[in-house]
Design a protein around this ligand. Sequence first.
Ligand code: AMP
Length: 294
Amino acid sequence: MPNNHSSPVTRMAGSVAELRLAAQTARAAGKSIGVVPTMGALHAGHLSLVEASRRECGFTVVTIFVNPLQFAQGEDLDQYPREQEEDLRKLAGAGADLAFTPADEDVYPEGFSTFVEVTGLTNVLEGRTRPEHFRGVTTIVLKLFNMVQPDVAYFGQKDFQQARVIRRMALDLNVPIEIRMQPIIRDADGLALSSRNAYLSADQRRQGLALSGSLRAATQMFATGETNAAAILDCMREVFQAVPEIEMDYLALVDPDSLLAVSEVDADVVALVAAKVGDVRLIDNARLGDAFPS
Ligand code: AMP
């Protein structure tokens, strides 16, 4: 449905009742609803999802909620950047219609005891290092889907495994929402935008370029005809070895649907990397057949 925004103001809904009323009003006016789930500290990556929703839906809801359930003990829940005023300004600039900013106690009321768990896809990659993480993600995302009841939901390829897990959940649970994955937005030097980049010092930021550097090396090697996964992984590992300060977590070349490691690659295979720079955990990925920015 073509977009037809008359107001540059992003309204705010703090409660589920306000959200439902706004969504019902939009639907009654014949608008399709797009949702962009986020944890705030918005950057151009998030805003690209808002743009996609604006292009394709009549009413765009952005949810901002730092979801405690997807952080393990000792992770950065308390430090996670919270910049609500700035976020709302960015959303108004991007033309989002509604920002939904629920409180923790409204999302997880006393006695909360229902969880959504996707098996299989969550046992690998991020799921190995962060065993409880995806259960927290799928639980909040299904809750947000039920609250907003959108037609389309937008996720970034930046969290490739997350988008795959959510697509699986939607299929398995007959969720009548189209799941769309949008490309990764990067800084000019190649670093994938992330709210967590704000934690990096200038030196760490340079070290963090090992992630995108290893992906660039992998896509270049594939472009010159290499299809042996072990050879490509060796080349990616060398990029990390040149930056001893960085602690690599995993490097993988996987089938985009099963997320299982492959031994021979094709253009659809996805290279994924995760590493820690100081205390900051970064992730990135690239489809081997895509042109990687130089
Ligand atoms: P987050 O706030 O980190 O939970 O991210 C909210 C959504 O934005 C997720 O679907 C992410 O995959 C997506 N996202 C985060 N960083 C980027 C990026 N650099 N490019 C595109 N999408 C992104």
